[in-house]
Design a protein around this ligand. Sequence first.
Ligand code: ARG
Length: 460
Amino acid sequence: MWGGRFQQGPSPLFERFNNSFSFDYRLLPFDVQGSLAYCKALERAGILTAPESKKLQRALRNLVNRIAARPRTLRDALPQFEDVHSFVEAQLVAAVGDLGKKIHTGRSRNDQVALDLKLYLRSESKGIRERLLLLLRTLTQNAEKHLDVILPGYTHLQRAQPIRLAHYWLAYFEMLVRDLERLESCSRRMNTLPLGSGALAGSGFPIDRQFLARELGFRRPTRNSLDAVSDRDHVAELLSCLAILMMHLSRLAEDLILFSTAEFHFVELSDAVSSGSSLMPQKKNPDSLELIRGKTGRVYGNLLRLLVVMKGLPLAYNKDMQEDKEAVFDTVDTVFGSLEMATLVLQTLKLDSHAMARAALASHANATDCADYLAQKGLPFRKAHELTGKIVRYALQKGVPLEELELHEFRSFSPLFNEDVRKALTLERAVESKAIEGGVARKFVQKAINNAKHVLAQIE
Ligand code: ARG
């Protein structure tokens, strides 16, 4: 491909070190897609005749079909070619002879790989979006089913206040909707065509870039050739968005891992997503969730890997940038798998709603409601807080929950207490008193479920 200037071939060691075909073969469909459009542009520029362009396009389509029919062709070729671009070109030459050598007129592998990667990311972003939508739908369905399941909410991992399980699921819905929005904004920014930028200075041939942009579904051509071939912002952005997405999945995984312990006993994972122990016969381990949590590290690592590769690069293209691809491929695979796994875990999760309700009542998780009760009767909240703290200490010493104290005991702390205090301390009241936008009262959680369904309907 570039032997003319050289007197000696590459050493096998260098060749192996330099080659990227073993992984960038994944760009093949996109490389062909770009070349198909490029044939048409070459024809418009008068570099190919119409029959030549047709012939090349036919050969490109044949190549894709041939590989689809016999994947071994590709596997066997992997050690023999430098990268996906040289492979496609060599196949063209093999199919149509010297005509195949015209395809690279006015093009560089630098603008070519920039294009391929954008086409790849555009396609995989759709796959991520579809999987994310499935998970969002599952969270919404779970929220609908669990509107009246009450569990303790935590701060500092200490029981804090009772909440509805639906509200908990919808918290993850909110996070993941933000992820979806971030992905969409990423896709919008990456939607410019690098092809026609040549190696770095633009193409020496009258390639109609507006035409190419339309052909390949880009908003417009890139405006600066130096930037176009050396820009990997879209990779960094996408990996950042996916790192945040994985952080959310990892937190969900961590919650459910805790909730599935004997200590909590709120949920049980389906056998289908758990594994046992080779030694301890009684064990059921939440490996699916642990792997989501663990693989988050891999995605963070890939983001860092890309940022570090890019940080010292002089303009424009440098071979260092070949190192971007494995980080991207690995991230996409990991995110696909993690989204699918999280969805399956949620779809098959079993609940122990009694254990949740018991835990929500225990540990004086209704103490805030006692303080609110006093504040509603006119006591300044700070005083109500202190007084309730004392009542909690008293209840702890006595070994009973707040709501089982006698009225005279309450009244020994404050005359503001009446018979209705017992009702104010029920689980039901604890959640229903949060009747506020974004709060856990039934009406507002129902409203949030309706909103989630509305959001999903608008997206799909
Ligand atoms: N395999 C290369 C990459 O992934 C393609 C571009 C090569 N360009 C070059 N001037 N050597 O970045």
